[in-house]
Design a binder for this molecule. Structure first.
Ligand SMILES: [Zn+2]
Length: 887
């Protein structure tokens, strides 16, 4: 029996020798030494070229293939070629088709189910010995996952795949023979079909006009360019499709095709730079570097210059560029190709000098040597890089199957994780059952095994009740468990490309304990994670009320449901006791009508947040939520944080509208909205200037500027009684608008203060309406936005950073600047209310433990105060149509 590892070494040495003798480009290289196992049947002659199908060469100036045409082309090739299978995976967020195309030798496609099964068996090192795994690896075929265009304005790769599929479907050469016989290509023509449709439609629609050619708004309905930053919670259906493909097919290599800006190297290939998480399997990491170097060699051999690596992209955080996937063992092969002008027109230096950086280094051996860069160049670079990746996988398939699918998880099932944590224990008694459910569900989606205790037990010196969960790290996805549930110490002062931590428990608000020794408990495997069962209490009498505690962010959809059904809803303004149970300030008090019962029964079952009942409503001061509170989201064009906020509001069925320029033109804003939310990143300029009508037509009229008059109207909105909530950088906008008595606390210089995206400890004034239901202390997410210092008595500090020990997870430079400063601050302005959130409390929908800070104020701002006698008598201050009752 041959030893895989020494074979790998031999193959690599052979490659080095071949390079030294004659540089061969991918696609022109001779067949591998072992020779192809089979001979491909001749390809069908009636497959049109992309040029014949689309009417232009891929990469032709000013021409882009439309997504439906691409799918038509793929389907028609699948119809006439036994090398190509087409599969519909499902519908996207906006109803387009998400598809995969499998390309391989016919005998591989026929046994694809068997290959999937082999890969699955390979991936569990506990039931397979190394020798068995080697045999399985020889029997299986490696899968190369090729994903074109997750970022919809990076259009070149989506053109290249048409050439690539045509070539693989029609050519008879040593190269295609090798690739098709020794690998299965799993192509996703677009990871974000909605965006591809929007961007290409817009581009075509604006041809020959003075209008801007690049689509100006979010090209994924909610996430826009953040659509590749969703690899923790998998909030979007497209992200879940990618997750499903990875879980099912277990590719050894995932090639993610991107474009970068137009000024850098012409193409980036791995290796990645900077720090590396020890939880990324070493084999996955090394194979990404190897494939990148194979591509660099291939591109260079073809005379393609400007091929670079950099230390910008790193294997540290979970959101991007790579996310969850390398943790499964797959090598993540990221290519980033320089972009052109207006998607499809040449970029020229203008003075004859070559484009891009010009100093040769080991990161850029041969700088780009021309003064022009075209869409066709992008297509050709993408094709060469892809063929090189495919060739690498076909040449090294058996080794990659063993190393990436088997040996990578074996590292963790055998030795555990680098942190030394043996298990994470999730107490059954949590303040937020919905958060706990959401966290466990994500673990389940990502293939993590979860156990549940059938009896009380002790672990790490703590006692846990029956029903508590235990997630061990000695399992195939133990590395992912450790990365997701642990806290991080980002190890260098070079700030990360994306974030310095993820730490799902801290983000969601779940108590999770890391235990350094094996947990001895009676456990059973969780078959399916479910929302906790809740039962409605018996209906109290007519003077009674239903009570819902305020801690869970699951209360947000519950309140939205009460609002939608127009059910009177009160909140206690202070602690009280009912039937011997203490309830905190902010507890929801709902008059016990049959209709309220129906709505609460459904909405509490959806989120697993229990409802209690009391025969007598509590006698405590409080507020009544305004019936059908009208919420406005002033999201701005292409503002991703606003998109994420829209996603959350849609998920929770909040009654909101996107604030558009048209809202400023007639009457008062207060006639339309009770509360307006300014998401992170909305500047005065975004509001006043907005999109230019000369460049963007009617379709984007909602995002036009509202001018100085509109700006004044926004100010009047607050002064006349509206609620304005500003997040992150938008606090500056609110301050500019209303001269709020706060000043920035953090220095602008990164050298003095930076977090790189981290979780910082935090203290809440839970007696303040804005922080009702929050714990006294829990971390918040801070990333490049401000902390604040009050400058007058009218600033009500709701939350602040502690005086020391500020960092909870991630990285912190310049603790002294943030220590003791304010984060969430509330103000009475005229008849209205303003709350400023210095930290991004809704960042990519991740820090859900902070959501209530926003939604308390969304509804609490427009609410009416009620006295203890009114609350005890459940006498509404608001009439059903939302007007304040006259006293
Ligand atoms: Zn990109």
């Amino acid at each position: 029996m041959r030893d895989r590892r020494s074979t790998a070494v031999t193959a690599m040495s052979a490659a080095v020798v071949a390079t030294a003798l004659v540089a061969t480009a991918p696609g022109s290289s001779p067949a591998t030494a072992e020779g192809p196992a089979t001979t491909l049947p001749a390809a069908s002659a009636d497959i049109p070229t992309p040029e014949e199908h689309f009417g232009f060469e891929m990469g032709a100036e000013g021409k882009l293939a439309a997504y439906p045409d691409v799918l038509d082309y793929m389907r028609s090739i699948a119809d006439s070629s036994d090398r190509v299978d087409y599969e519909t995976v499902g519908e996207t967020t906006e109803g387009n088709e998400y598809a995969t195309v499998f390309i391989s030798a016919p005998e591989n496609l026929e046994r694809l189910d068997e290959i999937v099964e082999l890969n699955k068996r390979l991936s569990d090192p506990r039931s397979t010995t190394p020798d068995e795994a080697r045999a399985l690896a020889r029997e299986s075929v490696p899968i190369y996952h090729l994903e074109a265009t997750v970022h919809s304005t990076e259009v070149g790769n989506g053109q290249a795949i048409n050439d690539i599929v045509h070539r693989l479907a029609t050519e008879t050469s040593d190269f295609t023979e090798n690739v098709l016989t020794n690998s299965v290509i799993m192509l996703v023509p677009s990871q974000n079909p909605d965006g591809q449709v929007k961007v290409v439609d817009h581009f075509d629609r604006t041809a020959g006009t003075d209008l801007a050619r690049v689509y100006p708004d979010l090209y994924q309905k909610y996430t826009g360019h953040d659509d590749n930053r969703d690899w923790t919670m998998f909030t979007q259906v497209e992200a879940r499709y990618r997750l499903g493909l990875t879980n099912e097919y277990r590719p050894v290599m995932t090639h993610i095709m991107h474009q970068q800006g137009s000024t850098g190297e012409r193409i980036f290939v791995p290796p990645y730079g900077g720090v590396t998480s020890p939880n990324v399997p070493a084999n996955s990491n090394a194979s990404a570097s190897a494939v990148g170097q194979h591509a660099m060699r291939g591109l260079t051999a073809e005379g393609k210059t400007g091929v670079g690596t950099d230390d910008y992209h790193i294997y540290w955080t979970l959101e991007q560029p790579v996310g969850f996937f390398p943790f499964t063992g797959t090598g993540v092969y990221l290519t980033e190709i320089a972009s052109v002008v207006d998607l499809a027109y040449p970029q020229r230096s203008g003075d004859g000098s070559p484009l891009g950086p010009q100093t040769p280094t080991q990161d850029l051996i041969q700088p780009y040597d021309k003064d022009t860069w075209t869409l066709r160049d992008i297509v050709e670079y993408a094709e060469t890089a892809t063929y090189a990746g495919m060739e690498y996988v076909a040449d090294n398939g058996t080794e990659l199957l063993y190393d990436n699918l088997y040996a990578a998880p074996h590292e963790f099932t055998e030795n555990g994780v680098a942190s030394g944590v043996e298990a994470y224990v999730v107490d059954a008694e949590q303040r937020d059952p919905y958060a706990t459910y959401e966290m466990l569900e994500r673990l389940e989606w990502t293939g993590v095994e979860i156990d549940r205790a059938t009896a009380p037990f002790t672990a790490g010196g703590e006692q846990y009740p029956a029903g508590s969960w235990v997630v061990a790290t000695h399992q195939p996805r133990g590395n992912w468990v450790d990365q997701l549930l642990g806290t991080d110490e980002y190890p260098t002062d070079d700030l990360p490309y994306a974030e310095a931590t993820t730490s799902l428990p801290l983000q969601l608000g779940v108590d999770v304990a890391a235990v350094d020794e094996p947990v001895a408990a009676e456990l059973e495997r969780v078959e399916q994670v479910e929302v906790p069962d809740v039962e409605m209490p018996a209906a109290p009498g007519s003077s009674g009320a239903y009570l819902v505690r305020p801690e869970s962010y699951g209360t947000i959809p519950m309140v939205a449901a009460l609002q939608k059904a127009n059910i009177a809803t009160f909140r206690a303004g202070a602690e009280f006791t009912a039937d011997g149970t203490a309830y905190p300030a902010g507890t929801y008090v709902v008059p016990a009508t049959p209709q309220a019962r129906r709505v609460l029964a459904t909405s509490s079952a959806d989120v697993g947040v229990p409802v209690a009942a009391t025969p007598e409503a509590p006698e405590v001061d409080g507020i009544q939520l305004k019936p059908r509170t009208r919420v406005g989201l002033l999201r701005g064009a292409n503002n991703m944080p606003g998109g994420w906020d829209m996603y959350v509001m849609d998920q929770y069925k909040v009654n909101y509208e996107v604030v558009g320029a048209q809202d400023f033109t007639s009457g008062r804003l207060g006639d339309v909205y009770d509360t307006i939310v300014l998401p992170q990143g909305i500047s005065k300029e975004d509001i006043v200037e907005g999109l230019d009508p000369a460049k963007y037509d009617e379709e984007f009229a909602w995002a036009y500027g509202v001018g100085a008059d509109g700006w004044r109207k926004l100010r009047q909105f607050v002064r006349q009684g509206g609620t304005l909530l500003a997040i992150g950088d938008s606090v500056e906008t609110a301050q500019d608008l209303l001269k709020l008595p706060i000043e920035p606390a953090l220095p602008e210089d990164d050298e003095e203060f930076a977090t790189g995206g981290s979780l910082l400890n935090h203290q809440f004034d839970t007696s303040d309406m804005v922080a009702w239901g929050m714990p006294e202390e829990w971390p918040v997410w801070l990333y490049d936005t401000q902390a604040w210092t009050p400058t007058g008595p009218d600033a009500d500090v709701v939350s602040s950073y502690p005086d020391d020990d500020v960092l909870a997870s991630g990285y912190l430079r310049g603790e002294e600047h943030v220590a003791g400063t304010a984060n969430v601050v509330s103000f009475d302005v005229g008849k209205g209310k303003v709350v400023t959130y210095g930290s991004e409390v809704t960042f990519r929908s991740l820090p859900r433990s902070s959501f209530n800070l926003l939604y308390n104020a969304v509804y609490g701002g427009p609410a009416a105060e009620v006295s203890s006698t009114q609350l005890a008598g459940l006498q509404p201050q608001f009439t059903a149509d939302g007007r304040l009752r006259q006293r």
